[in-house]
Design a protein around this ligand. Structure first.
Ligand code: HEC
Length: 342
């Protein structure tokens, strides 16, 4: 008669498996930490989260009671079988069961059948003199096999019919969390007109400003700034003068819109562009106006509108110093603080 696996061995193993399986099918509702230690903190948080539900605890308690009952039944079966053994076999069984379970387990791993035992389980087909033994599969192997089947069923059901492990849902959750962080960052780090700097000498800012211009502004001002519905931004004529310096004038118009024409809408006020984005696109418009050649009416640009403002003119030097002549990346003129520019 085979020795019984003691309850103190199989009950904890099955309980740990049940606890782990319940955790596996419970969606994670916290922000996961990364890295090596993240694994442990995540597991712990997941455990706490899963077992703060009465249902999960209920399942675990019921499983424990069932296992204790199974263990008790096994004991009864064992003693019944024991009674049916011959006195020698009983003797042998008692000696064996005195041994520690784990040393018995290790010894059984080294155990090899005797020739007679082998004779009894040999299959009578063979090939080239190679015969096959009908060995029973190891218990641990069978246990893993059955656990695999249970896991597969639970996993497929959970995957198909619950929110567990859904790439799209996980992606959206993660994405909206990240987006919230980005929005928060922008809110905390965004600038107003007072904090804006003319970055027309910073190639990266110009590149980003250009992208914004092409996607949002080119419809009315054309990609080269020559103008269409909106005025030519490359010439020295301006319809609006709401600030003393050119860069801040552009920033102000893009933030607050044109006071004269609602077609030039308030991109900043409406929340279409952040202060940081306006800083870049205004730098780009400034760069287009100062460093790129004027797109004349002959070249498809719009005819000059508004007044010629000598202080902002390209050549600058002839009538008034251009801001770039100072050698600074920012213009010296301070923006006029206006409440609407906040
Ligand atoms: C729907 C069309 C439209 C779009 C889009 C548009 N604008 Fe304008 N923009 C105009 C019009 C029209 C004016 C002239 C306003 C006026 O007459 O006061 C103007 C004026 C301006 C001015 C002042 C020009 C001057 O002579 O006073 C600047 C600077 C400017 N726009 C920059 C931009 C930038 C930068 C963008 C993109 C973020 C943009 N605009 C998007 C139509 C547009």
């Amino acid at each position: 008669m085979k020795q019984r696996t003691p309850g103190r061995v199989f009950i904890p193993i099955i309980m740990i498996s049940i606890i782990a399986i319940i955790m596996m099918v419970t969606p994670i509702g916290f922000d996961m930490s990364t890295g090596f230690f993240g694994f442990f903190t995540n597991t712990w948080n997941h455990f706490v989260e899963t077992y703060s539900s009465g249902m999960a605890i209920g399942i675990v308690v019921i499983a424990l009671i069932m296992l204790l009952i199974i263990n008790a039944i096994n004991k009864v079966v064992e003693s019944q079988k024991f009674k049916g053994l011959s006195p020698e076999q009983q003797q042998q069984y008692v000696v064996m069961s005195k041994q520690n379970y784990f040393s018995r387990l290790i010894n059984s791993g080294r155990y090899r059948q005797t020739d007679e035992e082998e004779e009894a389980i040999i299959l009578d087909h063979g090939f080239d003199g190679i015969k096959e033994l009908d060995n029973a599969l190891p218990q641990w192997w069978l246990a893993m096999f059955y656990m695999g089947i249970v896991f597969m069923v639970v996993y497929v059901l959970a995957y198909s019919f619950t929110d567990f492990a859904h790439p799209e849902i996980e992606y959206e959750e993660y994405n909206s969390k990240q987006q919230a962080l980005v929005d928060k960052w922008i809110e905390e780090n965004d600038i107003t007109i007072e904090g804006a700097k003319n970055k027309y000498l910073d190639p990266q800012a110009i590149e980003e400003g250009k992208k914004t211009f092409e996607s949002l502004c080119a419809t009315c001002h054309t990609a080269n700034g020559g103008g269409g519905i909106g005025p030519n931004l490359t010439d020295d004529f301006w319809v609006n003068k709401v600030q003393d310096s050119l860069f801040y004038n552009i920033y102000d118009i893009v933030y607050n819109g044109s006071p004269k024409n609602p077609q030039m809408r308030p991109f900043g006020k409406k929340g279409e562009l952040t202060g940081l984005a306006i800083e870049k696109v205004a730098s780009y418009v400034y760069y287009m106006n100062q460093d790129l050649p004027t797109v004349s009416a002959n070249e498809g640009g719009a005819a000059p509108q508004g007044e010629m403002i000598p202080a902002w003119a390209k050549d600058g030097g002839s009538t008034a110093p251009a801001p770039s002549a100072t050698g600074n990346t920012t213009e010296n003129a301070e923006p006029v603080k206006k409440d609407s520019a906040q």
